[in-house]
Design a protein. Sequence first.
Length: 372
Amino acid sequence: MHLKNIKAVNFRNYDSLSVKLSAKMNAFLGLNGMGKTNALDAIYYLCIGKSYFSSGDRHGLKKGKDFFRIEGKFEKDNKEFTMVAKVIPAKLKQLELNQKRYAKLSEHLGKFPCVIIAPSDILMLIEGSAERRRLIDQCISQYDTSYLNDLMIYTRLLNQRNSLLKSFKEARTTNQTLLDAFTEGMKKAAQNIYNIRASFAKELSVKFKKHYKNISNDAEQCSIEYKSDLADNELDELFEMNLEKDLILARTTSGIHKDDLLFYLGEEKLKPYASQGQLKSFILSLKLAEYDIIKRESQCLPILLLDDLFDKLDDIRTNELLKLLSQDEFGQIFISDTHQIRIPEMLKDLNIDSNIFIVSNGKIVNYEEEEE
């Protein structure tokens, strides 16, 4: 599977974007703030149906414009697919595959699996658990529709239960029958989500250790632990035990929406002790493990997007990483980098099929044209 070309209008800092792509390696080179990350985000948007770097579509809109459009042609299983996203923030969001409109976003997830690695991912390791749950959900949802459906059911009922708890606090009353109804509706979905996450986390940990060992040259031991309230109690038991706290705080204080991944360096938690190099190695190993799982489950090679991954890496490590990514176990790769010389030279020496682009002020030109 690969993306053959991409076009965009009014997306972030681009008036227009149109590039033909290599089926293996594509590099977007340029100074910071020129639009490299935005180009990768346009590709991610086609694959997933939303931006990776912002929570709302309004942030994808070029200043002064009222709509954006992204289009790309994918090749998968010897068939060609045209994917189009048409967006007027707060008014219209329309995703089409081969001119057929999706009824909902969830129908698109998994059609063109992808994994992205970005500098902001380091926050996942050192901040709250929400980003780590997001990583789990984004990965599993690309190959398991039942998981996504259960997640949507649980989230909808959780929001309704929280609203009910808030109304109880304001009215200084309670209704156990209503609470029990929500518990019954949430219990099955929560258990299914827990079972899938536990299995996923076990496999993720094994693959993560393998990648980290290779990337760090076996410099230290590391591990991942999945933490969930459902490990020791079922959802109805949790809700019963925490009912008084829920009523006081007017929110649901236990459940799979509190799940987390804990990262360890040796015997200690990662956050207080890791260097920037260790954090970067953790993220890269984590995302490559995610890539392995999606590849196996979807039975295709996902697109891999690497945003400024080579920043602060020496040429030796950069070259070794490019060698790794050039292997057949990886599919189409997209790289952004501030260096405009080293990546082209390394790709030439490695004899990898590639397209290289220079990005400047929201405009993209082919590397060879720039040299001329």
